[in-house]
Ligand binder design. Structure first.
Ligand code: ZN
Length: 370
């Protein structure tokens, strides 16, 4: 790949790379709670593991599998499937790949993870301890990519919190891997156009090939439907019906931030994105909208809707399988704490209050026990 590469941050940032993911959520009391190891562990909330495991038939060359698994275990944001998808995009698993760039743009991108010399000086090294330190040493390069990507995810998280950046943490980290931190900071997020804009989407496209579609193992019923959250990870909160003079058109499933959300049936992503004023931090009851929201279209003109996610795992137009992870629970939009607001609509799209059905009733009819 070409482009101005990651310029090599101060070494001190490396320490942060192994810190746990910082999750900020607003409790119903309005108190800010910071989960994770940063800051000495203010709460006992474990950091969510958001990385994607490999699917059994993931086309990772067998000689690299153990290194992809190591790189995918360095931080909770990135799993082996994210690492594999990015290497696939960078080099197609060619350890000898070279992309020529002028010296003014950092010089040649080298090896399986397409490191440029300056970035390798900061992040490379003989990480597999075979006596060779080179971006063309695939094992070194896979581990170096993992360390750098974890640092970029942490860097993105801090900058989103400081409101210097907006957007999905992994998209920001991927864009920074491609065009450098300065490029992403200057754009205030993933650049609006060009190769750096396209890069995160290209990694996500490849994620389907490598990532386990049903990593959490939610059981799919005989009619092809499944619960949107894994049993045991949630409790049923506010139900379907009139609430404060308005129709609450779905059910609130209370769960921790970072809990995987599953496609309730096979279908197509009708839309996936932010439906509130902002979605890069927790919302509030003063904010309208559904936050980070997905609408899935299913057979029989049924639409399911998933609101308030902290992060999305699918894009508009994508096909999904029943039980595939589509997002993670959060508290974006009109929300006072982490939960999944889940809706079911008939004779849709469009989904509206008029065609909303009680999701609990619907899931029971599908043979499930929500
Ligand atoms: Zn709700």
């Amino acid at each position: 790949m070409s482009g101005d590469r990651e310029a090599g941050p101060p070494r001190g940032l490396m320490l942060l790379a192994i810190s746990a993911l910082v999750v900020v959520m607003v409790c119903s009391s309005g108190l800010l709670v910071i989960g994770g190891a940063v800051g000495g562990g203010l709460t006992a909330t474990p950091p969510p593991t958001q990385g994607t495991p490999l699917r059994p038939d993931a086309p990772v060359p067998p000689q690299y599998l153990s290194w992809v698994l190591k790189a995918g275990a360095l931080c909770p944001e990135l799993g082996p499937a994210e690492i594999a998808a990015q290497i696939d995009l960078e080099s197609g698993w060619n350890r000898d790949a070279v992309a020529h760039n002028p010296a003014s743009r950092g010089g040649d991108a080298m090896g399986i993870a397409q490191f440029q010399q300056g970035t390798w000086a900061s992040w490379g090294g003989d990480r597999d301890q075979d006596g060779r330190n080179s971006p063309f040493d695939a094992e070194d390069a896979i581990l170096a990519m993992g360390h750098l990507m974890c640092d970029l995810a942490e860097w993105a998280s801090q900058n989103v919190e400081a409101q210097h950046l907006r957007g999905d943490l992994l998209d920001l980290a991927w864009a920074s891997y491609f065009c450098g931190r300065g490029c992403v900071l200057a754009a205030g997020g993933v650049p609006a156009a060009g190769l750096a804009h396209d890069y995160p989407g290209k990694v996500r496209e490849r994620l389907a090939k490598y990532g386990a579609p049903n990593a959490g193992g939610v059981p799919v019923g005989p009619g092809g439907w499944t619960l949107p959250l894994k049993p045991g990870t949630y409790s049923v909160g506010s139900g379907f019906g009139n609430r404060w003079g308005r129709l609450h058109a779905g059910v609130d499933l209370m769960a921790k931030t970072g809990t995987p959300i599953y496609a309730a049936a096979a279908g197509t992503v009708l839309d996936a994105g932010c439906t509130s004023a902002y979605c890069d931090r927790p919302g509030s009851l003063n904010l309208p909208g559904c936050g980070l929201r997905i609408n899935l279209g299913h057979a029989g003109r049924i639409v399911t809707r998933y609101c308030h996610a902290v992060r999305l795992n699918v894009r508009e137009g994508q096909r999904v399988a029943a039980g595939q992870i589509i997002a993670w629970v959060g508290s974006t939009g009109h929300s006072s704490g982490p939960h999944l607001h889940f809706e079911v609509h008939h004779s849709a799209p469009p989904a509206s209050n008029d065609n909303a059905e009680n999701p609990i009733t619907f899931l029971r009819k599908a043979g499930l026990r929500p």
